[in-house]
Structures are given as structure tokens and as C-alpha cells.
Design a protein around this ligand. Structure first.
Ligand SMILES: [Fe+2]
Length: 315
């Protein structure tokens, strides 16, 4: 590495997360440096850059070094720059939704590869962000459980945002438009990281609804078990913010949750999101025959002997 691109890196937790000092992110950055940061991001999953003086334009330019920025369909996007999300939470504008464990936007066909969050105003106390390594969570599952969940697919959707749409004709139309744009999507439960080839547990309680083809009772029980992995203290890192910190996380391998304990105090953050790939698995999807034993045949849309339901009867 050339001298101008050298920086120091310090691990923040035994399994993941590192702090980087010694570089300014607000200027033009060359390929060598970006490659090195990308490699550290993939290795450490969360990178913390303290004392960075960034404008919103700097933040967006920085993100674009790692890939195209995406627009969040439900967030408080900046009017001028839709790729920029502004979290300006204070008295009268409480934080919503971000306090559940999740990876960002997994209801999309191609969820983001990385998210960058930058702090401008932080409360004196509270307002931490918690991270949990899903690579570590997968590694520490028993071999039996790893074997069982390999090949499973889980369905993700944006149902947790539905209440943001008012129960008016306009609100229902807007919701319907979003439902057409973002239909429920199946992702592998065990995802292969496209760069490190490590396996990560890719289900989260915010967006994951059920295991495809599995009986609902079994699916609920299995998801509860897998969601619980985020709560294992050893897999976690809890980040305390100071102003002018940039935190970048690999959205393919960690989950995060914001702590809303600071309300009504002021917390002003900016976020950008870098587009990612369609999650892939190392195996073929498990079939319905491998997952269930049916007491009676399943509902068949095409069976002409089946009684018609009211919505199917043409007038
Ligand atoms: Fe998030």
C-alpha cells in the first residue's frame, strides 16, 4: 500500500467490527484505497471512521466509490438528493421502525451491499446502534441445524411499513403501487457472501415472514429460533456515537438495530445505501416434498374439479 493510503485499523470486538483512523474520507480517494477499505469491510463487517468532516455531497460521493446508490422506497429521503436519507429525530418527530433487528431492505430482489450512516447531531446519552454478526451466528449453529437450514428459502416483504400509509383512498392506492413494485421475495436462509464465500444467516425479524414451502407452525418455530441468534451477546457490537462519525456496514453479513432511548432529544443522521446483488445459496432450494407431509392434497389453482371461490366467479 502506498504511504498516502496507509491507515490504522483496530478491532472493536473479537468476532467483527473495526475502527479505522488516519484517512480523510472527504477528498478524492484512489482505487487502491477503496479496494483496501472494501476488503476490510468484508473482513470486519462493520467499519467505524471517527472524526470525519463530511458534507452530504461528500457522503454520497464516498458511497458511489463502492457502487451505485439506491433510493429507499419508504424512508425520509432528502428532496434534493433522493439517495440521501435524513434521520432528524427530535421532540415531535419520534424515531420509528429502526429499533428492530434487520438487514436493510431485504424485501428487495437485490438488497443493498452496504449502508453508510453519518452522525451530525447525537444525543448526550443514548441513541446507540447495535450490530450482530450473522456470519458468526451461522458459524456457531450446530452442525445439525446448519444441515437442516441449508437450502431453505425465506419470504421477505415490507409489511412492517404498511401502517405508514393512511387509510384513505389515496393511501391505499399508494400502498398498492408499492406492493406491485415490491412483491414478497424469497431469499436463501443461508446466504453465501459473494466476496468472502462465507455463509451468513440471512433472515431478520423486520422483513422475513415465513420459510417457503414449510408448514406455518414449523416455519414460525424455526424463524423464532433463527431470529434469536441476534440476541447472543458474543455476536454483538454496540456502537456509541459521537458527532462526525461514519459507520459503514456490510449489509450482507450483519444485522443492526437502533436504540430509541434518547427520545425526545435530538439525533440527526444521514444515510446512504450502496446497491447489492441478488442473494445466492450454495445449494438448490429445498423442495416442498422434502419439507412437508400432506394429509390431504394442497390447493391446486388449475384443478377444474375445485369449487370456485367468489372472487373467481365471473359475472
Ligand atoms: Fe436499517
Amino acid at each position: 500500500m502506498s504511504d498516502k493510503n496507509k491507515y490504522t485499523i483496530r478491532k472493536l470486538s473479537p468476532y467483527f467490527c473495526a475502527e479505522i483512523r488516519g484517512i480523510d474520507l472527504n477528498g478524492p480517494l484512489d482505487d487502491e484505497l477503496i479496494k483496501s477499505i472494501r476488503s476490510d469491510l468484508e473482513a470486519h463487517e462493520v467499519l467505524v471512521f471517527p472524526e470525519q468532516d463530511l458534507t452530504s455531497e461528500d457522503l454520497m460521493r464516498l458511497g458511489r466509490y463502492f457502487g451505485p446508490l439506491t433510493v429507499h422506497p419508504f424512508a425520509e429521503n432528502s428532496e434534493k438528493n433522493p439517495e440521501l436519507i435524513v434521520f432528524d429525530y427530535k421532540d415531535g418527530n419520534p424515531p420509528v421502525l429502526t429499533d428492530r433487528w434487520h438487514s436493510d431492505e431485504t424485501y428487495k430482489l437485490c438488497p443493498p451491499m452496504a449502508t453508510m450512516l453519518y452522525s451530525r447531531i447525537v444525543p448526550e446519552i443514548g441513541g446507540d446502534t447495535c450490530f450482530s454478526s450473522m456470519t458468526t451466528a451461522y458459524d456457531f449453529l450446530s452442525t445439525k441445524t446448519q444441515d437442516f437450514i441449508r437450502g431453505l428459502e425465506a419470504v421477505h416483504d415490507f409489511a412492517s411499513y404498511k401502517y405508514l400509509f393512511p387509510d384513505t383512498e389515496k393511501g391505499r392506492q399508494l400502498l398498492q403501487r408499492k406492493e406491485l413494485e415490491y412483491p414478497p421475495i424469497a431469499h436463501p436462509v443461508v446466504r453465501i457472501h459473494p466476496s468472502t464465500q462465507k455463509k451468513t444467516l440471512f433472515v431478520n425479524p423486520h422483513y422475513t415472514r415465513y420459510i417457503k414451502n414449510m408448514d406455518q407452525r414449523d416455519s414460525d418455530a424455526l424463524l423464532a429460533q433463527l431470529f434469536n441468534a441476534t440476541s447472543v451477546l458474543e455476536y454483538q457490537y454496540r456502537h456509541q456515537w459521537k458527532p462526525k462519525m461514519l459507520v459503514m456496514w456490510d449489509n450482507r453479513s450483519v444485522q443492526h438495530a437502533a436504540v430509541h432511548d434518547y427520545y425526545p432529544h435530538h439525533r440527526y443522521m444521514e444515510r446512504i445505501t450502496v446497491g447489492g446483488d441478488k442473494p445466492i445459496s450454495e445449494t438448490e432450494p429445498t423442495t416442498v416434498e422434502q419439507l412437508r407431509k400432506f394429509k390431504v392434497p394442497t390447493y391446486d389453482h388449475n384443478d377444474s374439479r375445485r369449487a370456485k371461490r367468489q372472487f373467481e366467479i365471473e359475472s
